[in-house]
Write a protein that binds this ligand. Structure first.
Ligand SMILES: Nc1ncnc2c1ncn2[C@@H]1O[C@H](COP(=O)(O)OP(=O)(O)OP(=O)(O)O)[C@@H](O)[C@H]1O
Ligand SMILES: [Mg+2]
Length: 417
């Protein structure tokens, strides 16, 4: 690492699900070991009530699995640009906002990179989705401002941003002059696209595009479709006045199925609300289960069970969503048909956004020489088949699903100095 220039920026891929940090050495990406020899760190934190310490990444995930006493947080990037970002909450006895929490996560990865490199990094080159929030310019701008504030709070003197799919294009830019390629990056929170062509001096970006759909949305919808009905979602409660029944309000189930909204449900208000539903329930057993899940704080355990079953069903055609931590033998069988039914609207929106990227550069699918898939959710079969329909004659290649973005950011960080 001695040949690292002193003013080098640190490349940072702050992902919804996974983060990574790196620099370039002689034009080649060098990713820092960020957790026990790993190049990526799950973007999760655990605030341990007993030790009053924050844990990060796999250690945070383990604390959740071990049912240590504390607060677990994941998918924080999805909160950027929303009002939740600036609400105060208590973590380990301190009143904080999500700006503080994300800044704390970024401080941790900055320090890990600095320890590994044995030098300090004052400047960051961060990835950002093309759109944090699709179809909402104000929220999108606010999310950018929020993330910038988090970097400055984490101790960086400055931060610049690059569209995540553009970073992946830089890392996969080995195409011939005049050839055109489309990066398709399907991550945890967003889907991002970059159309680029090979030039004599590297690559030329023709269009970027994106939509706010990622693997955490797949988890949410699978949970709503297959798990939340076991907790009372879609079932009937008695009307407050008069006779008859109506469907139970659904917001509590949506929040329970949404990674970043789960922690806010662990409150007396939510318990009171769920108890109120239970008292009016036609099928009380379902709402007993909802109360158990809220009281025992099983929200993230459900989300992980759904995510695991999603990945396994995608690979092996069927798997069960194992919920035996709630009740012995409780589980939901999943198969590829159910998976496709739940996710087909998302896949259509993603493939339409991919086609739109090409159209915005006044090109058609026949002009694209190859499609390069990156991001964990690009491994989902339904995404690939839906995109293949839009680009019937274009070869689809897979680059490194989890490190393509950080490779490109690391390379670009070197030339930003
Ligand atoms: N083998 C797999 N098959 C399908 N999906 C997977 C697989 N492995 C991980 N995923 C999903 O990929 C997502 C994480 O991908 P990735 O690490 O690329 O996202 P990210 O970069 O953190 O998010 P973003 O770029 O959207 O902010 C998760 O939703 C996860 O469930
Ligand atoms: Mg990503």
């Amino acid at each position: 690492m001695n040949n690292l220039k002193h003013n080098t920026s640190l490349g940072i891929d702050f992902g919804t699900s996974n983060s990574a940090v790196g620099v370039a050495v002689n034009g080649k990406p060098f990713l820092f070991d960020i957790e026990d020899g790993e190049k990526t760190l799950p973007t999760s934190l655990f605030f341990d009530n007993k030790s009053k310490q924050a844990l990060y990444g796999r250690k945070a995930n383990n604390a959740l699995v071990n049912r240590d006493e504390g607060r677990y947080l994941r998918a924080l990037k999805s909160v950027l640009g929303t009002s939740l970002m600036h609400e105060r909450r208590y973590l380990m006895g301190k009143s904080v906002t999500f700006v503080d929490v994300i800044a704390q996560f970024l401080t941790e990865i900055k320090e890990r990179a600095e320890n590994a490199a044995d030098r300090s990094f004052d400047h960051a080159l961060s990835g950002r989705p093309v759109f944090f929030h699709s179809d909402n310019d104000k929220k999108n701008a606010q999310a950018h401002a929020d993330l910038e504030a988090c970097y400055l709070k984490a101790g960086f003197k400055s931060v610049s941003f690059m569209a995540e799919p553009e970073a992946a294009a830089i890392a996969n830019g080995g195409i011939e002059v005049g050839q055109k390629a489309l990066i398709v990056d399907i991550g945890g929170g967003t889907s991002d696209f970059c159309l680029f062509e090979g030039t004599a001096n590297g690559i030329n970006v023709l269009a970027n595009n994106g939509t706010r759909i990622g693997g955490t949305d797949f988890d949410k919808t699978l949970s709503i479709d297959h798990v939340m009905p076991l907790m009372g979602f879609g079932s009937d409660i008695k009307k407050d006045m008069g006779s008859g029944t109506l469907t139970a309000p659904n917001h509590i189930f949506h929040d329970l199925a949404t990674w970043e909204k789960i922690p806010a449900l662990y409150s007396n208000d939510s318990l009171r609300f769920a108890d109120g539903l239970r008292n009016k329930a036609v099928n009380r057993q379902l709402f007993d289960r909802l109360m158990d899940v809220l009281e025992l704080e099983y929200g993230h355990d459900i989300a992980f069970a759904v995510e695991r079953a999603k990945i396994k069903t995608n690979e092996a055609a069927e798997a069960a969503i194992a919920l035996d931590f709630i009740e012995p033998e409780l589980g939901v069988p999943l198969n590829i048909d159910k998976l496709d039914t739940s996710l087909s609207d998302y896949a259509s929106t993603i493939s339409a956004a991919a086609a739109e990227t090409v159209k915005s550069a006044e090109l058609g699918s026949a002009n694209i020489d190859k499609i390069i898939f990156v991001g964990g959710s690009s491994l989902m079969r339904i995404v690939k088949s839906s995109i293949a329909k839009q680009f019937p004659n274009t070869p689809i290649l897979h680059a490194d699903a989890f490190t393509a973005i950080i490779d490109g950011l690391a390379i670009a960080a070197e030339s930003r100095n």
